[in-house]
Design a protein around this ligand. Sequence first.
Ligand SMILES: Cc1cc2nc3c(=O)[nH]c(=O)nc-3n(C[C@H](O)[C@H](O)[C@H](O)COP(=O)(O)O)c2cc1C
Length: 342
Amino acid sequence: MPRQILDRLWERGRAFLGTDLAILGGAMSWISERNLVAAISNGGGFGVIACGSMGPDLLAAEIEATKALTGKPFGVNLITMHPQLDELIDVCGAAKVSHIVLAGGLPTSAAIKRAKDHGAKVVCFAPALVLAKKLIRSGADALVVEGAEAGGHIGPVSTSVLAQEILPEIRDVPIFVAGGIGRGEAILSYLEMGAAGCQLGTRFVCATECVAHANFKKSFIRASAREAQPSVQIDADFPVIPVRALANNATKRFMDFQQEVIARFRKGEVAKDAAQLEIEHFWAGALKRAVIDGDVENGSLMAGQSVGMVTREQPAQEIMAELVAQAEAALAARHGLIQKAS
Ligand SMILES: Cc1cc2nc3c(=O)[nH]c(=O)nc-3n(C[C@H](O)[C@H](O)[C@H](O)COP(=O)(O)O)c2cc1C
């Protein structure tokens, strides 16, 4: 009975994704490659390859390798500011990728159209209600509403507020809620507010199938929510795009580094543009250093606040079964209450 109610609640999301569960594995650079993506899709969810900085040939190979591991639907996440975005969209088109997620800034109508002309369903990130409406006018087939609790690059508004602002207003397309979700009860509550499904990233990092280095996984298992902090900008003239990550040596050094660079700028030793670029380049290659090389002190440990709910390594399928069981138990408890009251 609870499962039937759950299936009714996320039916729109399941139909859109073509899956048993309306759970998206949020694309994570270096982490969401063939193994984790296939494991999530084979487990009933919807895996998404993170293209990140891959070029067209590497992406084509990753898509083929994923297809070899799963016959279930999966998607590809492309970063809109990638210099070869058009070619990457065409690679997805040639490989008949069913869903393309356009992330990292607002995609142009042209990029959305290019993806749709290939027959793909296009998913975009909506950081505010006006932008959600704009993206739908531009042709987005579904939206992800991701709040500041999430791991990686974040906006300023929390998931709970964004969900309240956007879910009651948008009925045209399915909406998936992301950011800070670690348990099934939270998924259920967003479904009850009108979401079609949810997207989780942090919770999948310690999946057995995930190729992240053992040190990276250990950092997640040890960490509590308060350690997943946004990067700090120290000077209004030198913007820093906020990224939520576990505090480590690198996050401390980033503060000193900004101070040094800005001091050199103030002394006239470096131009403003060059100083800004130096600050932006501080994190270049840092996620790979932590995820692949296991350097958890000098790399970037991008993680969301739900990291405190990551307690052990377990198969992706088991993670999703746990989430579903928690949602079902919450529904059963409510049903019991309703029966008692009547
Ligand atoms: C390590 C890490 C890397 C990420 N990389 C990307 C990325 O390349 N592209 C993207 O759109 N989102 C990226 N994200 C965000 C996830 O796709 C997802 O939306 C987010 O993790 C959801 O919030 P949660 O971490 O609270 O579950 C990343 C998140 C993490 C934790």
